[in-house]
Design a protein around this ligand. Structure first.
Ligand code: PLP
Length: 462
């Protein structure tokens, strides 16, 4: 019998032992020969095959380093897809978590709980919002925003037979995988196998002011969903003019403006909220990924005007806003919202971009380095996979975005300049892997390096 079929599996014990003893240097970890191989094989047998995972098992981590069961070390520039903003095992986050775990974990929203109310208070104090609704993920936050927008239109136009129910979303957008959020997500292959998804969504070109203004002013749009900086779609920043014109058109027509800051929000840009870089304020903002430092959470921040339309029973969740996640989130928000912390993200982001331009910009496959703070995209004229794989073999974890041709660099916000230098060095050393990659016919093969785009998406050098 395979050891993974037995109830007490020595391999698993070894993984758990690693997790329990805290983080150790790879050399001092017990070497778990073949643990990774067994885990990968078991995953293939027992899990629904929704993920094309990178061939690595991660069993423990500390700050920006992750380790596999065999003790190999990886520098983490993925942060669990822009989640682990404080890295792995932040001591203040751990303290908040363990204290709350030994006090009270879950009570449901039938009752009041202190960390939830405290977190809402703190989010309101540091944002445009007047009220907060908690969910468990980014897609659920957007799902709630969809319902709130529809309800808002119905509430605001009680005499109209057909209040506005439609939505506008944009090319390269990603808003989640549930039936409403996926309907707002531009990539067709995320939607088409599950149709019919939520009807009434029009996709417009990201940045096309005229098309958006015309459609919004026609009057049957309940809300416009937009990421100020698109993550999954390829690290594209909106321009100031684009967000301003959306705001103006929404104000003129009574449509709501929703900023999805699930990926770009909460300090990643060097601003607490990405929209602060643009000076444009939404009616609704959705948050998730980094908010609880690695625990599942989502949040919908709304103005009083929107909240007034929502009544008891309109929406809800069993788990959302539980004491454990909210206390962890309080520790995260406390750290990230400090001006010194945000300034360090801006500084490191600029430094890293300059470094990447210097080291990678001369390569003919590198088209552009863009982004703001520590959400950085490196666009290639070929698939990024061979480079991502080569980096993995060299102990660097990075993600892709866009059509698979963009490197998505979203390190923990606590990363050091030395670690960023190391990452840039590994990327440079691994670049030759791209020469073996077949070029993608769908990508434009223009070998001119476009340098960099700043926060508002304007081209130019840093
Ligand atoms: C901008 C944006 N919105 C929504 C989501 C969905 O979040 P989740 O995966 O937590 O449901 C994501 C996830 O990548 C995202 O990047």
């Amino acid at each position: 019998m395979n050891s993974l079929n037995s109830p007490i599996n020595p391999a698993w014990c070894r993984v758990n032992a690693c997790a329990n003893v805290g983080v150790q240097k790879p050399g001092s970890l017990k070497v778990g020969v073949n643990v990774s191989k067994e885990v990968m094989e078991a995953e293939g047998r027992f899990l629904v095959g929704t993920y094309a995972r990178a061939p690595v098992v991660l069993s423990n981590g500390k700050a920006c380093k992750l380790y596999d069961p065999e003790g190999r070390e990886y520098l983490d520039l993925s942060s669990g897809i822009a989640v682990n903003a404080l890295g792995h095992g932040d001591p203040d986050w751990l303290r908040a978590l363990t204290l709350q775990a030994t006090t009270l974990t879950h009570v449901s929203n039938v009752y009041y709980s202190i960390p939830q109310v405290e977190l809402a208070k703190r989010l309101v104090a540091c944002s445009f919002a007047d009220r907060v609704f908690f969910s468990n993920s980014g897609t659920e936050a957007n799902e709630a925003a969809i319902k709130f927008a529809r309800k808002f239109q119905r509430f605001s136009h009680p005499d109209e037979k057909q209040p506005a129910t439609q939505f506008i979303s944009f090319t390269n957008s990603f808003h989640g995988r549930t039936m409403g959020a996926v309907a707002l997500t531009s990539k067709e292959h995320y939607r088409s196998p599950f149709e019919p998804v939520m009807p009434g969504v029009t996709f417009l070109e990201y940045g096309n002011i005229q098309a958006a203004t015309e459609l919004i002013q026609r009057g049957n749009t309940a809300a416009v969903f937009v990421e100020p900086i698109q993550g999954e779609g390829g690290i594209y920043s909106a321009t100031k003019e684009f967000l301003y014109s959306l705001r103006r058109a929404c104000d003129d027509s009574g449509c709501l403006l929703v900023f999805d800051e699930v990926q770009c929000g909460l300090g990643r840009t060097g601003y607490l909220w990405a929209h602060e870089a643009y000076g444009v304020v939404p009616d609704i903002m959705t948050l998730a990924k980094p908010l609880a430092g690695g625990l599942p959470i989502g949040a919908v921040l709304v103005t009083e005007r929107v909240a007034t339309a929502i009544s008891y029973g309109d929406h809800g969740s069993t788990f959302a806003g539980g004491p454990l996640v909210c206390n962890a989130a309080l520790a995260v928000l406390d750290k990230i919202s400090r001006p010194g912390f945000l300034a360090s993200v801006s500084k490191k982001g600029l430094y890293f971009k300059e470094l990447l331009i210097k080291k990678l910009g001369g390569n003919s496959h590198v088209k552009e380095v863009r982004g703001l703070g520590l959400i950085i995209g490196v666009e290639l004229d070929v698939s990024a996979s061979p480079l991502v794989n080569a980096c993995l073999s060299s102990g660097l974890l990075i993600l892709t975005a866009g059509k698979g041709n963009v490197l998505r660099l979203v390190p923990p916000l606590i990363i050091t300049e030395q670690e960023l230098e190391h990452a840039a060095k590994v990327l440079l050393e691994c670049l030759p892997a791209l020469d073996k990659a077949p070029s993608q016919p769908s990508l434009k093969l223009n070998h001119e390096f476009n340098h960099i785009r700043d926060s508002a998406g304007n081209s130019g050098s840093v």
